[in-house]
Design a protein around this ligand. Structure first.
Ligand code: NAD
Length: 308
């Protein structure tokens, strides 16, 4: 007989979501500031922790600028903006996360970085605190196992830019309990997002499909099938994509794209996921896309100029 424990009515009846009021965010990069932005506007108290003080200063300035834009477009009022910004605190110390009901980790997409974050952070969290990772690709089961609370550990994968994109992928590790699963789903709804549940396989659903397409576009460039603008124009006008794949790669960050391809390649042991050598070279050069001012486009020019 096939017994699905998760689907058992008794099991579901017992599980209750926890109301998340205080959220900690680790990593103040492009995802961390976007997540903090939507959480603060939804009324949560937000604490952002980063190892770099300048990343925190930059994140506060980015959120203020993005909220100003929303005020100008009458999406929010200036009172909403002021109240939201006042709900955000920043720190370079993990001790600042002691009151959090949930910590969402949005640090660099490297497993060793995330492990260091968890090791350093866990002793400061209250026992009931849940931990979610915004990882784009790394196994939630494996990340959860490196913490002291795998049952309270889950994947909560926001899309970039967070204030605009509706989807949150929710990924349970093998040990994730039902209250944690229900709590992050309720949080996503509170933030105005729609969830899709993915099983814990490399890169989940969106990036399993999206990032190999980006990698293929880099191969097309590498093999001389087309120039940067020919490839992006083709996919924008020929497939109706809002952004070309190389433009999108620069937007995501080429280091993040490469890390995701490596996770797919290692995790699925299939040569079709081999990262394009040109993508590797750009990352080695430090040309990571928009965030460093140069990737497949040069952002020091307006409009950005294709680099090939
Ligand atoms: P980013 O490079 O913009 O920011 C990462 C931040 O993490 C930096 O500010 C860095 O200082 C900080 N950091 C590094 N080590 C740390 C530590 N030990 N403690 C605290 N902070 C630390 O990266 P990002 O694009 O914001 O990505 C963050 C996460 O979100 C990754 O897991 C990535 O895969 C995921 N993600 C990215 C995108 C995207 O489009 N860029 C989309 C969805 C999910």
């Amino acid at each position: 007989m096939n017994v699905d424990v998760k689907a058992s009515p008794d099991h579901i009846a017992m599980a209750e979501p926890v109301d998340i009021r205080r959220i900690g965010i680790v990593g103040a990069g492009q995802m961390g500031n976007g997540i903090a932005h939507v959480c603060a506007l939804a009324g949560l108290t937000v604490t952002i922790v980063d190892i770099k003080a300048e990343a925190l200063t930059k994140a506060m300035a980015t959120m203020a600028r993005n909220m100003d834009r929303q005020v100008n477009r009458t999406v929010i009022s200036s009172d909403d903006r002021d109240a939201a910004l006042a709900r955000i605190n920043t720190s370079t110390e993990y001790a600042a996360l002691g009151e959090a009901d949930l910590v969402l980790e949005a640090a660099t997409e490297k497993e060793e970085v995330k492990r260091i974050v968890y090791q350093t952070m866990m002793p400061h969290l209250k026992a009931s605190c849940m931990v979610a990772s915004n990882t784009s690709s790394i196994s939630i089961t494996r990340l959860g196992a490196s913490t002291d609370r795998p049952e309270k550990f889950i994947g909560m994968h926001f899309m970039n830019p967070v204030p605009v994109m509706k989807l949150v992928e929710v990924i349970r590790g093998i040990a994730t309990d039902e209250p944690t699963f229900l709590s992050v789903q309720a949080l996503a709804r509170k933030l105005g997002k729609i969830t899709a549940v993915s099983e814990d396989f490399p890169a989940f659903i969106v990036n399993r499909i999206l990032v190999p397409m980006i990698n293929e576009a880099v191969y097309a460039l590498y093999e001389g099938v087309g120039s940067v603008s020919a490839i992006d124009t083709s996919m924008r006008l020929g497939a109706n994509h809002p952004m070309g794949p190389l433009e999108l790669a620069d937007f995501i960050g080429l280091d993040t794209c490469l890390s995701i391809m490596q996770v797919l390649y290692d995790g699925l042991s299939d040569s079709k996921y081999r990262p394009c050598p040109l993508l590797v070279k750009y990352v080695e050069a430090g040309w990571l896309g928009r965030k460093t001012g140069r990737g497949f486009y040069d952002y020091s020019q307006t409009p950005p100029r294709p680099t090939r």
